[in-house]
Design a protein around this ligand. Structure first.
Ligand code: KIV
Length: 275
């Protein structure tokens, strides 16, 4: 039996859309995102009430063994978006666009079309003001966009490592301005990665789109973690992550605990947050 139809016993009974997430932001309800890459995990996420699935290019590091996300290709992304789609017909699926596949608006149109046709409901791209026209153009063509600011892993070589961003005032102001610009351009969601808690709170209050934090404190509208971190599979886990399997009996239990802790405002706590 296909994973997507495997059980009526599901926490998500209705498909999640961008409208669901906007309403949750308006009503102050947190939603939950997991970066994952295959059908069985996608099916478990649906049963555990995970609203958004990110087929992240983190798969280059978590699944394929590269030391960054830069080698990930469109073909690899499409393969994994298709797998996740087969596993879950309720959560909203975001597909990451790989390094240099959206360097121009025209390239973005061609490659985002392929990710959407593989089954994603939205694409995610990393970067600030330079992407405003791309976001606008994709939106006009019916392709929702999740922007990604702060530590954008495709720029790891420019940053000189995986480092917290937005700690100095100039950088913080830049991130806030980029977020506002992308919001005005029509971005639908915003991932904020590894930025100080106070900055993430300020951005979240300043934009109409829902924000999803990872290493950005608890004041964003949602949280995202990578499935490998949730399940304790990462050899040197980042400070912002948490192994939820140690407090659960099995994988669905770990996902349920993550969902419950985010919604109750218990995850992340101070120990997962950057000042
Ligand atoms: O690729 C990914 O999984 C991501 C998240 C860490 C936000 O971009």
């Amino acid at each position: 039996m296909p994973y997507a139809n495997a059980s009526a016993d599901t926490a998500l009974s209705q498909p999640i859309t961008i409208n669901t997430l906007r309403k949750m932001k308006a009503e102050g309800d947190k939603f939950v995102t997991v970066a994952l890459y295959d059908a069985p995990m996608a099916a478990m996420a649906r049963k555990s009430g995970v609203e958004v699935l990110l087929v992240g290019d983190s798969l280059g590091m978590t699944v394929l063994g590269y030391d960054s996300t830069i080698p990930v290709t469109m073909e690899q992304m499409i393969y994994h978006v298709e797998a996740v789609k087969r596993g879950n017909n309720k959560s909203l699926i975001m597909g990451d666009m790989p390094f240099m596949t959206y360097a121009t608006a025209e390239q973005a149109m061609v490659n985002a079309t392929r990710i959407m046709q593989a089954g994603a409901h939205m694409v995610k791209i990393e970067g600030g003001a330079w992407l405003a026209d791309t976001v606008r153009m994709l939106g006009e063509c019916g392709i929702p966009v999740c922007a990604h600011l702060g530590l954008t892993p495709q720029s790891v070589n420019k940053f000189g490592g995986f480092r917290v961003q937005g700690r100095d005032q100039a950088q913080a102001e830049q991130i806030l301005e980029d977020a506002k610009l992308l919001d005005r351009a029509g971005a639908d969601l915003l991932v904020l990665e590894c930025v100080p808690n106070a900055l993430a709170a300020k951005v979240t209050a300043a934009v109409s789109m829902p924000t999803i934090g990872i290493g950005a404190g608890r004041d964003t509208n949602a949280q995202v973690l990578v499935i490998n971190d949730i399940l304790g599979l990462t050899p040197q886990p980042p400070k912002f992550s948490k192994n939820f399997l140690v407090e659960a009996e099995d994988i669905p239990g770990a996902l349920r605990k993550y969902v419950a802790d985010v919604k109750a405002g218990m995850f992340p706590d101070e120990s997962h947050t950057f000042g």
